[in-house]
Design a binder for this molecule. Sequence first.
Ligand SMILES: Cc1cc2nc3c(=O)[nH]c(=O)nc-3n(C[C@H](O)[C@H](O)[C@H](O)COP(=O)(O)OP(=O)(O)OC[C@H]3O[C@@H](n4cnc5c(N)ncnc54)[C@H](O)[C@@H]3O)c2cc1C
Length: 388
Amino acid sequence: MEYYDVIIIGGGIAGCGLAYNLKRIGYTGSVLMIEKNEIGFNEKYGTRTMFEEIINEYNFKPLKTFKGIKIGFDDEPFITIKTPVYLVEYKRACEQLFKKSNANYKMECVVDVKGDIIVTENNSYHSKYIIDCSGTSFFLRKKLKLALPFRYWVGDVSILRNNINIESDHIYYNYGDKHGYIEEINISPKYITHGYWQYVKNIDFSQIKPPEKTFYKKHLVNTQIIKKAKVIIPATPVLPLVYKKIAFFGDSFGIASSSTAYGTGPILDSSKILSIAIKKGDLKYFERVWCKKYFKSYFRSILSKYDGYHDLDSKFIQKLKKYPSFSKPAKRFFTINKGEDLLKLFKDPTHQIRMPKEVIKMFPKRKIIFLSIYYIYLKSKYLLMKLK
Ligand SMILES: Cc1cc2nc3c(=O)[nH]c(=O)nc-3n(C[C@H](O)[C@H](O)[C@H](O)COP(=O)(O)OP(=O)(O)OC[C@H]3O[C@@H](n4cnc5c(N)ncnc54)[C@H](O)[C@@H]3O)c2cc1C
């Protein structure tokens, strides 16, 4: 039976980012990645938006650079965040990280884990640490009957060939009506990715309600569909992150931003903490340091889903529409300094948007009471997970 110090299950951005960062910090142990497909295969045609820090740190070669993000309600953009956003081919990014690592790779499917023995369809492996980067299959969490994330972005996403040569120098997020959906579109010379998203409690795709007014749907009729998929992004971290000699990482513990489902940035950032934990020989360091850095404010971020601006409770939005700066330079409405706060919300799962006092006053009292109770509920839920 082959032995490796670290076995990573899954070769997406989490597994590959970890393998790369282990090498970067000078970890000398042996590392094996077991991926049932090719590396990054899950997203063969998929692209991901990333921000400057990640592009520079990991030297990714973007397919396209956008000038910024346009956000609107019902197809009318009212905020433009001026920041470069890069569109990166997912598979290529994973391959690039993996190539720069010291990890070995086996294309096998893990079917079981018994203690520190990993069983694939063809082989068995023995290891000191197992890192579950199996994404939304939650392979080990399910096997060990551990808690799963409790909020998800569910998406109905199409990847289209850009054979009609439409151009856009911005990414679009279109928040709309009482259903609280988001329509997202990004256009590169090669592909157009168009999707409807909904933030939900249970994975149920019937909850995705395409909006009546959309930014780009009307332009997409003559485009060739390459892939259509119903997808999920877990967006509430779930404990434990470490269970005996196993650490859970990436989508397998729900690390993406609960505000915007931005996953690659927080994953790559956290992979540095996990790689240090492995080098130190103390997996619990990962849980401790990760919780310290991210967890407290994650509550607030989850809570911001209920603060009325994401839920788009219709009465609240009606009131909001009367807020003076909403219709004019709507930038001011979120107390944004040149879009900085909103940008933080996009990038950072821990950021809670600061609303102007006038807007907070518009909250119905019932909502504030509900939020307080929900906050206590969340805290106790996580406390119980920690104690288990
Ligand atoms: C449609 C979509 C659009 C998104 N857009 C963005 C975006 O624009 N920007 C952004 O930052 N984030 C985005 N995200 C979120 C981000 O892509 C994810 O958070 C991130 O890719 C998760 O990476 P991962 O490595 O944890 O999982 P994955 O990339 O899913 O990798 C898991 C891997 O594990 C393998 N695996 C599973 N089970 C086994 C097994 N038993 N044995 C062997 N291998 C196994 C799978 O084959 C897979 O390759 C998006 C997500 C989706 C779905």
